[in-house]
Design a binder for this molecule. Structure first.
Ligand code: G6Q
Length: 544
């Protein structure tokens, strides 16, 4: 159902003008209990959304929206293995991938998927034990020291991001590299640092037909075969896929293939065998803790009332900022170097899932959906793009993520990192008026004339909304919970917008377009049918 036809939506829209004109510093001044009222906790996590431009009355309306969109019903459909990805005829059961053994079945088409899930996890555990125990040897008898994951999109971003996030937990003797781009610079610069004798490739592709991955895998295979001969492939290549027939065709021994299932979307697949490079990077026990954290967040999501439910709250705030305040973007600002790739990972999760034009009935949407997500870790971003957030005049809801404890115990760093994070959200909320700026400059000894000249440049409007998520520390368990939090947040928002978050026709279109143009670039087909710009670009390349 079109969200705009819901009564709660109407009531929220009626609040829009007031919400746009009110200043956050006034909301704080008016209510000393604002922080207590607009925060939520889970385990030892704290979600502070009191710096959002929202009141408790607005929150009540957003919760009405949750109920009228029947989010609880959709949660049940997800858990029950219904075909909620209706345009691809698939279920979306990534929650099964972190469902613990002995906690009951999860059904898909009438069958319990849990035995297959746990069998595959066992296979991953066994393989990692062989690599880490130096029992798995390369073709020349040497142990493996370097793993190269070849995959793209959902078969790359999750394990790549998590490997960086869990840098403090890395296995000391194994280095894991990620190659995704079709640009030969990606593979070539990675291979330049490696020895074929001690390198193992993980070819990760759900379909095992993706052009980028197949090209990189073919070139990697060539590099290996040139050095060690055809017979070396079995000891240096393993695969992760749902398409085991294609894996065999590529020449990888099916014994060395790890499976997953069509009810796992690419961008929801980190928890499956797609996590194999992460298992090799940090060990199976840490991977298991990550699954446990994700499962704990699943339990919270499925049981907590919406007003205390972290994924629900993040989704409702997104609806508020996007559809009521009219923000077209959101900045994700982790004050954590380890979470440096989180914005990129969430760009896919959020924008590929909810960047959709039609509702579940195929009717054009009349409201905006996923905002543009962008961001960088703090404090680096402060020395670059924060200027525009402070004074660029655009509405940019910010999401800060910080950890109470550092990942690496170097004295002197972490308190400063936290001070910067909290100071930024404070400044974005309060701003600094012209009078305050002038007073500060005068107090600093500046001449009155200069003050009059410079104060406008040095004042800040503030009223930039933000949320701060404070975690105890970044360990595998909390990382798992954090990623599951965002998965469920995306799902809740999709239910309210009435869209299917599990398909990705834009990605499929890209795959189709390049294959059509390739013969023209190769010169085997004429480009007569092309527009003049595309034909001109191709011709310029062909001229050399
Ligand atoms: C993810 C998308 C997309 C996909 C890649 C790689 O949800 O579908 O990013 O993961 O296109 O696809 P393969 O894993 O099939 O190579």
């Amino acid at each position: 159902m079109n969200p705009a036809t819901r009564t709660a939506w109407d009531a929220l829209t009626n609040n829009a003008a007031r919400a746009r004109s009110v200043h956050l510093r006034d909301l704080f001044a008016a209510d000393g209990q604002r922080f207590a009222k607009l925060t939520a906790t889970w385990n030892d996590w704290l979600l502070d959304y009191s710096k959002q431009r929202i009141t408790t009355a607005d929150m009540t309306l957003l919760l009405d929206l949750w109920h009228s969109a029947d989010v609880a019903g959709w949660m049940g459909r997800m858990r029950g293995g219904d075909t909620i990805n209706h345009t691809e005829g698939r279920a979306a059961l990534h929650i099964a991938l972190r469902h613990p053994a002995g906690k009951g079945p999860i059904l898909h088409a009438g069958h319990d998927v849990m035995p297959a899930v746990h069998a595959e996890l066992e296979k991953m555990r066994g393989f990692a034990a062989q690599i880490h125990g130096r029992h798995w040897r390369g073709a020349t008898g040497e142990p493996i020291t370097d793993i190269v994951n070849i995959g793209i999109g959902g078969s790359d971003l999750g394990p790549r991001m998590a490997t960086q996030a869990l840098a403090a937990f890395r296995h000391p003797e194994i280095r894991v590299h990620y190659v995704a781009n079709l640009d030969s610079a990606d593979l070539a610069t990675t291979l330049a640092t490696l020895q074929p004798r001690t390198t193992l490739f993980v070819v990760a592709s759900k379909t095992f037909t993706t052009q980028e991955t197949m090209q990189n895998a073919t070139s990697a295979r060539h590099w290996l075969v040139q050095a060690l001969g055809e017979g070396a492939v079995a000891r240096h290549f393993v695969a992760v896929s749902t398409n085991l027939a294609e894996v065999a065709r590529f020449g990888i021994d099916p014994e060395n293939a790890f499976a997953f299932w069509d009810w796992v979307g690419g961008r929801y697949s980190l928890w499956s065998a797609i996590g194999l490079p992460l298992v090799l990077a940090v060990g199976f026990d840490n991977f298991s803790s990550m699954l446990a954290g994700a499962h704990a967040m699943d339990e919270h999501f499925f049981s907590a009332p919406p007003a205390e439910n972290l994924p629900a709250l993040l989704a409702l705030l997104e609806i508020w900022n996007t559809n009521i305040l009219g923000a077209g973007n959101r900045a994700l600002l982790p004050y954590s170097q380890s979470l440096g790739l989180l914005p990129r990972y969430l760009q896919q999760l959020e924008m590929e899932s909810n960047g959709k034009p039609v509702d579940r009935q195929g009717k054009p949407l009349t409201c905006a959906t996923a905002p543009i997500l962008w961001g960088e870790p703090g404090t680096n971003g402060q020395h670059a793009f924060y200027q525009l957030i402070h004074q660029g005049g655009r509405l940019i809801p910010c999401e800060f993520i910080a950890c109470k404890k550092p990942d690496f115990a170097l004295p002197g760093h972490h308190e400063k990192l936290l001070a910067n994070c909290f100071a930024q959200s404070e400044a974005l909320m309060r701003g600094r008026t012209l009078d305050e700026t002038a007073a500060e400059l005068l107090a600093g000894g500046m001449a009155a004339e200069q003050v009059a000249l410079l104060a406008p440049y040095r004042s800040f409007p503030g009223n930039q909304p933000s949320t701060t998520l404070l975690l105890p520390r970044l360990d595998p368990y909390n990382l798992g919970a954090l990623l599951a939090l965002y998965e469920h947040k995306v799902f809740v928002a999709s239910v309210i917008w009435d869209i299917n978050p599990f398909d990705q026709w834009g990605v499929e279109y890209g795959k189709q377009l390049a294959s059509r143009l390739l013969p023209v670039i190769l010169g085997t087909t004429s480009g007569e049918h092309l527009d003049s710009s595309t034909a001109g670009l191709v011709a310029a390349c062909r001229k050399g």
